[in-house]
Design a protein around this ligand. Structure first.
Ligand code: ADP
Length: 501
């Protein structure tokens, strides 16, 4: 095992990796920007090295500064977390060239899976079902021919894309010329690679992904699926395991395909094979060659510590996982808590965290990257932390998440907490009747407007107040109709969630 690992990241994932290292008896080095002097990852790590000013391009994205920090502190390995340089084959290569271990797959596997058109061809060769689509397209005529073959509507995607960015639905051949030039220009600007390609646009799929682990001793396993269909603009908001749509047979079939996909590129470490699932068929979407934001739901339903396994595998040890026929154990749900206003188009919110109270109690986990007095700026991803719950059944997990969300108090900035409460109370979600179009079908969950926020404020305030009177032992049930109290609670809610200040 390593003696010391450097974590090339910030926020909740840096904290998560530090915790895994500490439990393995491995010393830790954090790196941080000037904006993150007072942050949990800096405080929890054994050592911390300042690598530059707030903008990520001048700190967390500076490979040289990070490698220098590892040399300076005598770290033997670099864990990239997710985001920043986690899926950069160049960064992985530079880490290896500096005689350090990269906690992740070989650079060649990152490169192969990072290019979506190359990954698609590789998967087709390996017999993995992919979404019907094309290779990279430069000419309109090529695109029209591909669209006619695949069937309209199609989705125009960037070969180097990620983060749900830059996808366009093209209804028919007439719309292609304009979309093609705009999309390739945008892709060039966003990803430094202007290649785009087409995929069949599935009308109402679920996003279901399989977690895999592969070690250097030839073992490749899957740990079941995560359901990630609750999305906004192709970005995940709520994830759960298992998926309400997956039974043991489908799980085994998708798992086998995911293992074959990983084997096809010589994968090592933790990775996720993403699929779209519609009408009983599943199609490879892409592979994420890193730990994912939503990994904790799998940890809950398997009992495996995925980050510890990543580190063990990087140290050349065999993974310590025993696959169990009892998986998945119960049900887990994760809500991403971001510094965004869900009722104003998820507009980013910044400011000082004035107070923070995190939920606990049975089956509750908070993976956070903030602390009281931390100044949330606009330089980084808005994810503040993740609330994850585990219970015997999906229904119980939903009730537990509602309870935990009500206990969570983040004062000082607006967060997505009230959005999640809305989802948990919505009938289709409760019935497991979800797809990636869920928010299109339920615009009320993110609606703005006077009447709307008042109704929502009253509902949330009533819930908060009910909860408070119960915990204080008052035993009084307060409904939205008890006007005076609700009005009081609305101002309390405003103060607490900082939404209307
Ligand atoms: P990114 O790498 O940018 O995250 P993905 O290819 O992983 O993009 O897709 C992200 C999301 O976009 C999916 O979960 C799904 O909601 C939507 N999506 C992607 N491809 C398709 C498709 N062919 N048809 C319908 N929706 C799609």
């Amino acid at each position: 095992m390593f003696d010391k690992v450097l974590i090339a990241n910030r926020g909740e994932i840096a904290v998560r990796v530090i915790r895994a290292c500490q439990e393995l008896g491995v010393r830790t080095v954090a790196v941080y920007s000037e904006a993150d002097r007072l942050s949990p990852h800096v405080i929890l790590a054994g050592e911390a090295v300042l690598i530059g000013p707030a903008p990520a391009a001048e700190s967390y994205l500076r490979a040289e500064a990070i490698i220098d920090a590892a040399r300076l502190t005598g770290a033997q390995a670099v864990h990239p977390g997710y985001g920043f340089m986690a899926e950069s084959p160049e960064f992985a290569r530079r880490v290896l060239e500096a005689d350090l271990v990269f906690v992740g797959p070989p650079p060649e596997a990152i490169a192969e899976m990072g290019d979506k058109t190359a990954a698609r061809s590789r998967m087709i060769e390996a017999g993995v079902p992919v979404v019907p689509g094309s290779d990279a397209i430069t000419e309109v005529a090529e695109g029209v021919a591909a669209g006619d073959r695949i069937g309209w509507p199609v989705l125009l995607k960037a070969a180097a894309g990620g983060g749900g960015k830059g996808m366009r639905v093209i209804e028919s051949a007439e719309d292609l010329p304009r979309a093609l030039s705009a999309a390739s220009r945008e892709a060039g600007q966003a990803f430094g690679d202007s290649r785009v390609y087409l995929e069949k646009y599935l009308s109402d799929p679920r996003h279901i992904e399989i977690q895999i682990l592969a070690d250097t001793h030839g073992r490749v396993i899957h740990l079941g699926e995560r359901e990630c269909s609750i999305q906004r603009r192709h970005q995940k908001l709520v994830e759960e395991a298992p998926s309400p749509a997956v039974d043991a047979d489908l799980r085994a079939r998708m798992g086998d395909v995911a293992v074959a996909a990983a084997e096809a590129v010589g994968y090592v470490g933790a990775g996720t094979v993403e699929f779209l699932y519609q009408n009983g068929e599943f199609y490879f979407l892409e592979m994420n060659t890193r730990i994912q934001v939503e990994h904790p739901v799998t940890e809950f339903v398997t009992g495996v510590d995925l980050v510890q396994e990543q580190i063990r595998i990087a140290a050349g040890l065999p993974m310590s996982v025993e696959v169990s026929p009892d998986w998945p154990l119960g049900h887990a749900i994760e809500c991403r808590i971001s510094g965004e206003d869900p009722f104003s188009g998820f507009f980013p919110s910044s400011g000082r965290i004035r107070a923070l109270e995190v939920p606990c109690g049975p089956g509750v986990r908070w993976d956070g990257g903030i602390m009281e007095h931390y100044e949330v700026g606009l330089h980084y991803d808005p994810l503040l932390g993740k609330l994850i719950v585990h219970a015997a059944t999906r229904d119980q997990a939903i009730l537990r998440m509602r309870r935990a969300l009500r206990e969570l108090q983040i004062e000082g900035i607006r967060t997505t907490q009230p959005f999640h409460l809305g989802v948990l109370d919505e009938e289709d979600f409760k019935a497991g009747d979800i797809s990636v179009r869920y928010l299109d079908r339920h615009p009320e969950l993110v609606e703005t407007g006077e009447g709307d926020w008042q109704a929502r404020a009253a509902a949330v305030a009533a819930t908060l107040l009910e909860h408070r009177t119960r915990v204080s032992g008052g035993g009084v049930t307060v409904t939205a109709a008890s006007a005076a109290r609700v009005t009081g609670a609305i101002s309390e809610w405003r103060r607490r969630l900082g939404r209307f200040d």
